[in-house]
Design a protein. Structure first.
Length: 277
């Protein structure tokens, strides 16, 4: 298919940029959002009317609704909405500032929620659509030093899983995407670090900080292959509930779910014992 229209948040870099480039090369239309319009000047010059761009900071709820409404108005219909904009915040929970906490949740969680809420009336009216919600391996597993990032991603996964059931009767599919590490600018250029508390040198939380500061840890995932897999998932019907990308993501999530299920099984007798007789 080469006649679809996609709305993608955060197309200036990372997966958003990869998806946009691949889609435009295929002749599909993209409505993209960026915080810096100059970041996609090259794509606008190359692809012209195939690329519709608007400035957007996803922490601005009013702007989200305005931009989404404008995209549907200008383009007539949108087949796929990709909730991609977001970043990672790392450091021990005690180290994080109140402002960092607010901004992480406003961007990754509330911003993603509001993009979906803004798009749903249009998707219902046109009678079809697909939503891709970018999450992460960290939406199923948790690591020390990443508490607020996990809070945002576990939160958006719960939201998405509930909403996918709500909108299924309207012919709207919803997929959560869980990539592992990838060679994008996410880890070393886009991530934020909390102010350091020396006591946490003795905590496992220090490992997350060192990974960011040293910028040497290799990433296994090929972002071009991952972006292609996200695009190809839209052709699956019904929409897959989740797609896991990267061998590290698969191994980590498999371990986390296996351990969680084993712990649940150990709680069975206790759980049943607390019902009324």
């Amino acid at each position: 298919m080469n006649d679809r229209t996609w709305l993608i948040t955060g197309i200036s870099s990372g997966f958003g940029r990869q998806m946009t480039e691949q889609l435009l090369k295929r002749g599909e239309r993209v409505a993209g959002t960026v915080r810096n319009m100059e970041a996609v000047n090259d794509l606008q010059a190359k692809y012209g009317d195939l690329l519709w761009v608007s400035k957007l900071d996803v922490t601005d709820t009013l702007a989200i609704h305005r931009v989404v409404d404008n995209a549907f108005h200008d383009l007539g219909s949108i087949d796929v909405v990709v909730n991609n904009a977001g970043y990672g915040l790392f450091g021990a929970a005690e180290e994080l500032t109140d402002e960092q906490i607010r901004h992480q949740l406003e961007t990754n969680l509330i911003g993603s929620i509001q993009v979906v809420r803004a798009a749903l009336p249009h998707l219902r009216k046109q009678g079809y659509g697909r939503i891709l919600q970018l999450s992460t391996v960290g939406g199923q597993a948790a690591f020390p030093g990443s508490s607020l990032y996990h809070a945002s991603k576990w939160g958006i996964e719960g939201f998405a899983e509930s909403v996918m059931a709500e909108v299924a009767p309207f012919n709207i599919g919803f997929t959560i995407v869980e990539p592992g590490s990838a060679r994008t600018n996410f880890r070393y250029q886009s991530s934020a670090l909390a102010p350091k508390i020396d006591a946490y040198e003795a905590s496992p939380a220090i490992h997350a900080r060192r990974i960011i500061e040293e910028a040497k840890a290799p990433s296994l995932g090929d972002p071009a292959k991952m972006a292609a897999a996200m695009i190809n998932s839209v052709d699956q019907n019904p929409a897959p509930k989740r797609i896991v990308l990267g061998s590290d993501a698969y191994s980590t999530i498999h371990k986390a779910l296996t351990e969680r299920l084993a712990e649940l099984e150990q709680q069975k007798d206790l759980a049943f014992s607390t019902d009324f007789d």
